[in-house]
Design a binder for this molecule. Sequence first.
Ligand SMILES: [Zn+2]
Length: 158
Amino acid sequence: MSLRIGIGFDIHRLVAGRPLVIGGVTVPFEKGLLGHSDGDAVIHAVCDAILGALGRGDIGQLYPDTAEETRGMCSLTMLREIMETVARDYEIVNIDINCICEKPRLSSYRADMVDAIARACGADPSAVSVKFRTHEGLGEIGAGDAVAAQAVVLLRKR
Ligand SMILES: [Zn+2]
């Protein structure tokens, strides 16, 4: 049995005038994540963890923030497309995610995020874990000016 593990990290500024899309879920809030795509830091961290597990570079190479066709792109679509290139050879064992966000409190969206991520990956929801932390008021994340995410993905060769 061949296993591959990957790690992903992402951070986006939280600004007024953008919808908040995080973990594949749109959350009502007065600010949203700034980015060329929808700015979904959780999904970007998962994409990078999958790519990292396979030594395939990073999400910025596949979806450059200079490309017109990726402007405003739904990050779940990126995740689905990446998994389509992977799924013939590998399946997800599990995904573990930290979402570091001071405000809003996101734990009531956990089940929706797990479902959205599992569906995009073709994985069972029991294989996906999303955890939430604040940054204890420290730094830019603690001031509510940014949201960060970390992800670890374990893949198993089919
Ligand atoms: Zn990102």
